[in-house]
Design a protein. Structure first.
Length: 399
């Protein structure tokens, strides 16, 4: 991996010195903000505008912008945006992958915590202020803090969209706070890196985000943030949610189509299996495999409908999830990324028709749509057992 840092070393030294002065000035934790982006300067501009108007002052936080292999024209625009922001540094990576980008941002940061926000999200004016407050008021400083994600609609949500699947659009509307995976919060809630704060030292000690997960090329593998949070929690650290920490996330118009929804659920099923196996949770996959296979058999006739049809969507998204789950369960071997890439690329046909169309017509057809390249998934059940988490998540379009 090649990392190029825009700006001189003196700028990085000034950034570290400023953070050190802030840390000595009071007891607030020092926050570094990390924004990962790929070829989307129009969204990044709005994201940086939100950071510029923070109540703590734009120069009170370090901002790391990670450009994950944008083409030259977009890279130049991203560099210009970063150079115009106080206390910001730009990292340019030649290697693609959202987990790679997030890890690079964490290594470059100098704060106690790294606050991740997607390039298509806008932080509330008191975002950093609330992050500091939430961390400071806990007797046991958390290793992970997730926050609320409210929608910024680019067009109205269609009437046919299942209410239980609002979360697929990366919407978290729950008000309250508490420890993840406890009765404090609804079952299945998980932190997503569209709005996620992590103890930098603890994160790096565990190796950061698993780079076998997360968006990579045309693959929509995900759960890298959920897996990291659970690893930190299982190491004895706290992982909390607090709805005072708010961002607004752009819901892109091209996502609001039956094709995108069906494709999104396919990858959710696929990612669930990959994540569970990486977490060494083999038995849940084995127990569920037969049920998913049965769902696939029962719902297969629904695949005959045109991809843009809104008919029988409840059957089609269940079929999509079941297919993703069973394909991954039959072929996924943790730790063998090259083989997994080959399998997944075969499934989607590298954005073309066959062989992906033969295995899953709707999903393969939808991969030509821009919005499909932005989907993410979780592995926890939230919208009923059949959804297996479908109502919780579509994250990050960061890279």
């Amino acid at each position: 991996m090649v990392i190029r840092t825009e700006g001189d070393q003196e700028g990085a030294t000034r950034s570290r010195d400023r953070c050190a002065r802030l840390s000595l000035a009071d007891t607030w934790p020092v926050i570094s903000v990390c924004v990962c982006t790929h070829a989307r300067p129009h969204y990044l501009a709005k994201c940086l505008d939100g950071l510029r108007t923070q109540t703590v002052g734009a120069d009170a936080v370090e901002v790391i912008v990670v450009d994950s292999g944008s083409p030259p024209a977009c890279a130049a625009m991203i560099a210009e945006l970063a150079s115009g922001f106080p206390n910001a540094r730009l990292l340019r990576l030649d290697e693609a992958g959202v987990s790679v980008a997030r890890n690079a941002g964490a290594r470059a940061a100098t704060g106690d915590y790294v606050a991740y926000i997607d390039d298509d999200a806008v932080a509330a004016p008191d975002w950093v202020e609330q992050i500091r407050r939430v961390i400071q008021e806990e007797d046991r400083p958390p290793a992970v803090v997730g926050g609320r994600v409210l929608p910024l609609w680019e067009q109205p949500l269609p009437d046919w969209w299942p209410e239980s699947l609002r979360g697929v659009l990366s919407i978290i509307e729950f008000e309250g706070k508490g420890e993840y995976r406890t009765p404090d919060l609804p079952a299945g809630m998980a932190p997503w890196s569209v709005n996620m704060v992590i103890d930098r030292a603890a994160m790096l000690q565990l190796g950061g985000f698993d780079e076998r997960l997360g968006r990579y090329a045309n693959l929509l593998l995900s759960d890298e943030d959920v897996q990291l949070a659970w690893r930190l929690q299982e190491s004895g650290r706290s992982a909390r949610y607090d709805s005072r920490i708010v961002v607004r996330h752009s819901i892109q118009a091209e996502r609001l189509s039956p094709q995108w929804l069906v494709a999104r659920l396919y990858w959710q099923g696929f990612s669930t299996v990959v994540t569970r196996r990486l977490m060494r949770e083999q038995h849940p996959v084995k127990r569920e495999f037969r049920r998913r296979l049965a769902v696939e058999a029962l719902c297969t006739p629904a695949a005959l409908l045109p991809p843009d049809s809104t008919r029988l969507l409840s059957l089609r998204w269940r079929l999509a999830y079941a297919k993703g789950f069973t394909r991954a369960a039959l072929g996924c071997v943790p730790g063998k990324r090259a083989w997994l890439l080959d399998l997944a690329m075969e499934l989607v046909g590298r954005r073309s028709g066959p062989p992906g169309a033969r295995l899953f017509g709707e999903a393969a057809a939808a991969f030509g749509e821009p919005g499909v390249a932005a989907g993410y998934c979780v592995s926890e059940p939230t919208a009923g057992r059949e959804a297996e988490g479908a109502g919780q998540r579509d994250s990050r379009t960061a890279c």
